[in-house]
Design a binder for this molecule. Sequence first.
Ligand code: NAD
Length: 283
Amino acid sequence: MSARLLDGRDVASHLRRDLKHRVERLTEGDAATTPQLAILRSGADNSAALYAASLERAARSVGVEPLLIADETDPLLATISRLNADPTVAGIVIAQPSSDPEHGRRLVERIDPAKDVDGATPTNAGWLARGQPAFVPATALAVIAILEAYDIPVAGRRAVIIGRSAVVGRPVASLLVARDATVVICHRATRNLARETRRAEILVAAAGVPGLVRAEMVNRSSVVIDCGINAVTGGIVGDVEFSAVALIVKAISPVPGGIGPVTPMMVLRQTVESAERRAGRSP
Ligand code: NAD
């Protein structure tokens, strides 16, 4: 491997240390002021359970109290209203979208945008699309956190994103444009994906297709960030053929150990920001 490894575990551990100090400063030993993060699940999907568990661990590791709430249908709407009104709750995350899209939409819309620490509400998506981000989807922030941690320049660079979902592709595009990158968004209907990706100085893969990005689709000056989490026989892989691509590009984030560990820290960073704002503190 000739590429520099963009180590998400290392980035996450620096973030964890900083957030832990910020929470300590907020609470100053008074447990009653410990900020809470509500983690909601509707349904029994396994990957959502894993995400909820990783958020719970991340919250505890920085001194935020996780509130795990699992429910099936409408009581969750009433629960969100109660959490919105509770001053000790700094953040609300839906770890798994409802299996009924209409119900899922109502749940997300019910979250107070000021507690929407995974940037899921239309209000926060709108602010981001306007170039005035408030709370932003955590995975997109994790991409930026890794680029920043390794001092990878973004302004003026050509960034190519594979995927246009509301949780990853689109918000990553907005954040990179806000940092003066020239952004190309690719998706299922892109005619010649390799032609686009070969020109990338920063390539973000967020398609959910194992092995989609192969060695012939990158160049020697690319920085590759792999957001894919794909369960295959033998474990989890990303969207990039890691071992072949790492021989060519300048830098690459692995799966596991890249974006994955940083994402929960971004939810926590936004939770701590919300708690600081509520307490009238600046970071
Ligand atoms: P999605 O299915 O909502 O969107 C996938 C996008 O990729 C779509 O826009 C689609 O057009 C595009 N796409 C699919 N196949 C393609 C192809 N062959 N060529 C070009 N474009 C293609 O998925 P999502 O929710 O955005 O998630 C994407 C990946 O990121 C998944 O593997 C998911 O598990 C992972 N993910 C990771 C995190 C994290 O914290 N690391 C968080 C959310 C999602």
